[in-house]
Write a protein that binds this ligand. Sequence first.
Ligand code: MN
Ligand code: MN
Length: 471
Amino acid sequence: MDKNEFKELKEQLLSKKKNGYDLLPREERAAMEDYCAGYMRFLDVSKTERLCAAEAVRMAEAKGYRPYSPGMSLEAGDRVYVCNRGKAVMLAHIGRQSLAEGIQLAAAHIDSPRLDLKPNPLYEDSELAYFKTHYYGGIRKYQWVTIPLALHGVVALKDGSRVTVRIGEEKGEPRLVITDLLPHLGAAQNKKPLAEAVPGETLNLLLGSEPIGGEEESGRVKLAVMKLLHEKYGILEDDLTSAELEAVPAVKACDIGLDRSLIGAYGHDDRVCAYAALKALLDLEEAPEKTAVCILADKEEIGSDGVTGMQSAAFDTFVEDLCAAQDVALRACFGKSFCLSADVTAAFDPNFPDVFEKRNESQLNYGVGLCKYTGARGKSGASDADAETVAYVRRLFDEAGVIWQISELGKVDAGGGGTVAMYMANRNISTLDAGVPVLSMHAPFETVAKLDCYETYKAMRAVFQVKVWRG
Ligand code: MN
Ligand code: MN
């Protein structure tokens, strides 16, 4: 075989993985930057699932979406949404085809790892006041100490009213912090495994230090802090028992790198896919062929259980109600539907090559990352999409000019993870995972590549614009 023959054969037979910057048309660069600027604004006002849901509703209403109520008559082109308890959102753009032909879904989650307050959070120790926390989702505890934190959430009162709490987000406002041991006294802690060096019960938020009342009194700093909370929010200590208050990093999204090609922020997992799915749906100008549905779910980071999680009947109820208006059985609709489970994946990190398998890893700037399966210990907990579904998505993305890659989450025995994919697939919906590769996933400050964010948006758009689905 001569040199040219070899070259031709190689060109013809072997796959060509390319950096997205070698594929992205020049004229799309501005659109990518615009998109990412919008995403960064979205992140800064969406630090919790409640804030994220509220922002999604605001954006949807601005695009003509109306609150859905069962029995509403709907026509092709109608846009509706349901906000489930202020923490999860389901949106639909009614298509030209009957729901009996199935729907095109994108499902992302809007909860992120964080520190929740315990039901009896407030205490004083050594004349310092603290909130006790219970971490939510898979965090590496050592990453959450000695960084500025903000507090967001609601306090629900017995009379049915609700107080919104927001501390430490604006310029000039105080922040909260969790302290850590100084290196001078860290000898014993240094010897502990990373997972044990910062015990969960030491993740206590420092709230204040100035006492009130006479020096003969006790609990003076705790009372001082409670007085401030009462003045600002009108709440009592007992009201904290019916509250959802979340400590999150008090940082704003920003460009990372001298070339500004990356975005650093809290909560990319999974707001980066949630925004892509939402924006792609809202940008559909005309009635899609098939009804397009975007789900922004809560509770993914703790297993998708609960009334606002992806396993909740709230989703089935929503689609069943839409189906009822067209005299279509829900099971018939699901059986012909397709879902892109839009969740982030791990990006290869050259600082930690040992946990990745270099032939099956996601790389920054190589586009939206597909995962045929997630799971751990032999694909346990994965829905494992069938080959036909993967082929369908390959074709869909290639035809739409989406830059994509396919990978696993690390080495086989290194660990693993899950997404909402299996809960969609369990409903008899063909489902495939796809999302943005992330560096330092679940850290208080995660990093993604702008190109991958934009390609994920294009991927969602392609799903919603489908005319024929193989099912
Ligand atoms: Mn996720
Ligand atoms: Mn996660």
